[in-house]
Design a protein around this ligand. Structure first.
Ligand SMILES: C[C@@]1(CC(=O)O)c2cc3[nH]c(cc4nc(cc5[nH]c(cc(n2)[C@H]1CCC(=O)O)[C@@](C)(CC(=O)O)[C@@H]5CCC(=O)O)C(CC(=O)O)=C4CCC(=O)O)c(CCC(=O)O)c3CC(=O)O
Ligand SMILES: NC(=O)C1=CN([C@@H]2O[C@H](COP(=O)(O)OP(=O)(O)OC[C@H]3O[C@@H](n4cnc5c(N)ncnc54)[C@H](O)[C@@H]3O)[C@@H](O)[C@H]2O)C=CC1
Length: 215
């Protein structure tokens, strides 16, 4: 399985099942999508501000919910395997992506897996185990969390320098070397701890060492 990134901004995501698993997925997706959770009852958990609707849809009602909400992704997180299978089929029939939470192993196209995720925006890292050991995904996610400290700031800083070099017409090969040096520079990383202004100065010194003085 190959991880891809998907932008769900402006879409609706429909979750069936209000247990701890439904809550975790709702939280995950509510950061950028409008999430609707349909379930006869709800765990005492954080649903990330998702809209909660109390209902216990049968297979036909599942189809109605999907028709009505036109979701980009449907999450099947009920505790009923047959119902989850019907939810998967209905999502497919509607051309939506589907996340079966009660299965692991091979998947058909359009059936997606949710990895463990670490963020320091705009940087994101994901861990999955091919469904073999979600507990390990979680543990590895915890272990790499610290690795991403300041990665977001580094992405923004090196992105700005990349744009600057592009604007100044620097040759692509030189530009690439300069940006590579910046993201690998221990000094730039160190200064990101204490603020962006100094880090930017140090990063500019690093790029100038590669490009020569362009002024
Ligand atoms: C296939 C997949 C489908 C999907 O949900 O997309 C799936 C399926 C199943 N999970 C089960 C169990 C657990 N899942 C977790 C945790 C997470 N599960 C997540 C993803 C995935 N879970 C996908 C594969 C990802 C991969 O490839 O690794 C994470 C990473 C992402 C998220 O959910 O947000 C999130 C950690 C988030 C974080 O902390 O960062 C824990 C750990 C815990 O709770 O502490 C346990 C208990 C321990 C254990 O079993 O490992 C069961 C068995 C249920 C049963 O026993 O009946 C099934 C069904 C089955 O395996 O058949
Ligand atoms: N993917 C993952 O990360 C994990 C998946 N699982 C699997 O996920 C499923 C859900 O796990 P939990 O949240 O712990 O279970 P749970 O039993 O706490 O929650 C299931 C929820 O589904 C609701 N439900 C039942 N029929 C429904 C219907 N027709 N429509 C909508 N909602 C309905 C129930 O009322 C309940 O609120 C289980 O099948 C379990 O095997 C379990 C742990 C982790």
């Amino acid at each position: 399985m190959i991880p891809l990134l998907h932008d769900f901004t402006g879409t609706t995501i429909l979750v069936f099942g209000g247990g701890t698993v439904g809550a975790r997925k709702a939280r995950r997706f509510a950061r950028e999508a409008d999430v609707v959770v349909v379930s006869p009852d709800f765990a005492d958990a954080d649903f990330g501000g998702a809209e909660r609707i109390r209902a216990a849809p049968d297979d036909e009602a599942v189809e109605d919910w999907i028709d009505r909400t036109e979701p980009a992704l449907v999450v099947a997180a009920t505790d009923d395997t047959d119902r989850n299978a019907a939810i998967e089929q209905a999502a497919r029939d509607h051309g939506a992506l589907v996340n079966r939470t009660d299965q692991h192993g091979e998947r058909d196209p359009g059936s997606v897996v949710v990895p463990a995720t670490v963020r320091d925006d705009p940087v994101v890292a994901a861990v999955a185990t091919g469904g073999t050991s979600p507990a390990l995904s979680r543990y590895l996610r915890e272990r790499i969390e610290d690795e991403l400290t300041n990665a977001g700031a580094m992405a923004e800083l090196s992105g700005e320098l990349r744009d600057d070099l592009q604007d100044r017409g620097v040759d692509p090969a030189v530009r690439r070397d300069a940006v590579r040096e910046v993201v690998r520079s221990g000094r730039v990383w160190k200064h990101l701890d204490s603020g962006r202004t100094k880090a930017r100065q140090v990063a500019e010194d690093v790029t100038t060492a590669v490009t020569g003085d362009l002024s």
